[in-house]
Design a protein around this ligand. Structure first.
Ligand SMILES: NC(=O)c1ccc[n+]([C@@H]2O[C@H](COP(=O)([O-])OP(=O)(O)OC[C@H]3O[C@@H](n4cnc5c(N)ncnc54)[C@H](O)[C@@H]3O)[C@@H](O)[C@H]2O)c1
Length: 256
């Protein structure tokens, strides 16, 4: 019960890493508001996570839309009175060679993966400052550190998230609001399953082979790092990025 009495918002919580984070937070005793654009899957997951003694809500929210984000924050405040933890997890995987990528794809990706972080933090921070505590966790990616053909836009948004995390950690540390990020390696989630359907499974096998641990990660492994960063155990940790990447960045596996 490391998150007992804490109120958490997790975006992109209907699938994959976001769902695993929401489930782990519930397990640790938090009140969790799950937000996702996919209302049907969201409500299905809220139902399956609900047991005796748990408090959770599903709020349909497109993080690319300011009105939706304002509604998410206001609903949380109205129902639960505070926000202790904000996890910016929602994102889309749109690839493309920069010479061919349509500007509309670039703008869509930046709006959902990056501007969303501005929106949620802008709306949440005043409450965290007022209550003199808060933990914001931004889900970045090892693609912010490593080159990968045709993922310039995605990697650019993830790198910008890391810079935002540092800036905000420096500015609001004295308010006891902590900003950290997690950079996962390749994790088996619907995002990667969808890519495998369109691109074939070879990229997953090649990707696994680059990790020192020679495997893909699980959503739970990312979720337990989020539990730690959200908890009071991490009370003196801010401005940090924790890679949950099986050694991908620091100990890439030698392959012939
Ligand atoms: N899976 C990986 O290998 C991997 C690696 C590094 C980083 N990440 C990051 O982890 C996070 C979660 O990835 P995942 O693999 O679980 O993705 P996923 O596609 O499996 O799940 C993403 C969720 O976000 C929701 N979503 C998409 N657009 C949204 C919007 N506009 N508003 C609200 N919700 C929206 C989707 O409906 C979905 O439920 C993302 O930020 C991703 O970039 C994933």
């Amino acid at each position: 019960m490391r998150l007992k009495n804490k109120v958490a918002i997790v975006t992109g919580a209907a699938n994959g890493i976001g769902l695993a984070i929401a489930a782990a937070f519930v397990q640790e005793g938090a009140v969790v508001v799950l937000a996702d654009i996919d209302e049907q899957k969201l409500m299905q997951e809220v139902k399956s996570l609900t047991t005796n003694g748990t408090t959770l809500r599903g709020v349909q929210c497109d993080v690319g839309n300011t009105v939706d984000v304002k509604n998410l924050i206001q609903t949380t405040i109205t129902e639960f009175g505070k926000i202790d933890i904000l996890v910016n997890n929602a994102a889309v995987a749109i690839g493309g060679n920069i010479m061919e990528m349509p500007e509309t794809d670039w703008d869509t990706l930046m709006n959902i993966n990056l501007k969303s972080v501005y929106r949620t933090i802008k709306e949440t921070l005043p409450y965290m400052i007022k209550q003199k505590s808060g933990s914001v966790i931004n889900i970045s990616s090892t693609q912010a550190f490593r080159s990968w053909h045709n993922w310039t836009a995605y990697a650019g948004a993830k790198g910008a998230m890391l810079s935002m995390t540092n800036q905000l950690a420096g500015q609001f540390g004295e308010n006891n609001v902590r900003f950290n990020s997690i950079s996962p390696g390749a994790i088996i989630t619907p995002m990667n399953v969808k890519r495998a359907e369109t691109e074939g499974t070879a990229f997953l096998e090649k990707s696994a082979a680059q990790h020192a641990m020679n495997r893909l990660g699980t959503p739970l492994e990312v979720a337990m790092t989020a539990v730690f960063l959200a908890s009071d155990e991490a009370g003196f940790i801010t401005g940090e990025d924790i890679k949950v990447d099986g050694g991908l960045c620091t100990l890439p596996r030698y392959t012939e």
